[in-house]
Design a protein around this ligand. Structure first.
Ligand SMILES: NC(=O)c1ccc[n+]([C@@H]2O[C@H](COP(=O)([O-])OP(=O)(O)OC[C@H]3O[C@@H](n4cnc5c(N)ncnc54)[C@H](OP(=O)(O)O)[C@@H]3O)[C@@H](O)[C@H]2O)c1
Length: 238
């Protein structure tokens, strides 16, 4: 059975991704920074008849927590086939770059960028043991500089901390994919699209089922799949 770790999977898109991956036959390590919330999520899946799932406590901003999670994973599996860096925060508003609170900017980067980088660094050896390792960095169209520059979306400016953290995450995707270009690794950024979750006070226009579908597609790529790209239904410009 292939294995997948999904960070921030106790709710929202991460939870739905865990459900869909388990239903596809993966053994799911459901990442949650809070044990009680994680156990609730685990029990929800078990009540749906899903048993190929285990809780892993992981706070992506805390290196000790990540190392502990790595140890727990190593106790349970020899190989990690898929890592989904899903944990993310929107940050406090307002976020205009000319006057936004710098601490808020740092906090958003701490989770959305540094969190994904340090989680990946700690788990890369376990991923290397897979025949076809996959990393999905859950990004957003708000991370696309091309779209920002074209000013297609009038709301874009107010999410500057969040947007720039996702741009940085996209850079991580490209650079990591380059580093592993002569291997079987598939490393991509994927946007779930504007999805109704706590992150946006349920203003998103898609359901979590719709959002998670895109992540699952790139988390289950075959050997011929793309690497170093940015996708939703189609490729998104950087
Ligand atoms: N919703 C959208 O429209 C949308 C669009 C594009 C991209 N995304 C991305 O999709 C991902 C999931 O977001 P969502 O909409 O499902 O939001 P959500 O419902 O708020 O879920 C976010 C998850 O991340 C977890 N998390 C936050 N900080 C963490 C940390 N330091 N360590 C570990 N876990 C942490 C949260 O845990 P707690 O429950 O403990 O807070 C929660 O499980 C994010 O990366 C987000 O940027 C969302």
């Amino acid at each position: 059975m292939k294995t997948v770790l999904i960070t921030g999977a106790n709710k929202g898109i991460g939870f739905e991704t865990a459900k869909q991956m388990a239903q596809l036959g993966y053994f799911v390590y459901l990442g949650s920074r809070n044990k009680i919330k994680g156990l609730d999520a685990l029990n929800k899946l078990k009540s749906l008849g899903i048993s190929n799932v285990e809780l892993i406590e992981i706070d992506v901003t805390n290196i000790r927590s990540i190392k502990k999670a790595k140890q727990e994973l190593e106790n349970q599996t020899e190989v990690l086939d898929v890592l989904i860096n899903n944990a993310g925060i929107a940050g406090a508003m307002p976020q205009n770059i000319s006057a936004g609170n710098i601490e808020n900017l740092r906090n958003v980067f701490e989770t959305n960028f540094f969190g994904a980088v340090q989680t990946t660094q700690q788990l890369i050896d376990l991923l290397k043991k897979s025949n076809s390792p996959i990393i999905v960095n859950v990004s957003s169209e708000l991370g696309s500089l091309t779209i920002h520059n074209s000013r297609q979306n009038p709301n874009f400016e107010i999410f500057d901390a969040y947007s720039s953290s996702k741009t940085a995450l996209n850079a991580f995707t490209v650079l990591l994919a380059n580093e592993f270009k002569n291997t079987n690794f598939k490393i991509n950024s994927v946007s779930p699209g504007y999805t109704a979750t706590d992150l946006n006070q349920y203003k998103g226009t898609q359901t979590v089922e719709q959002g998670a579908k895109f992540i699952v597609k790139y988390a289950t790529l075959g050997i011929d799949g793309p690497t170093g790209g940015f996708f939703k239904e189609e490729e998104i410009p950087w």
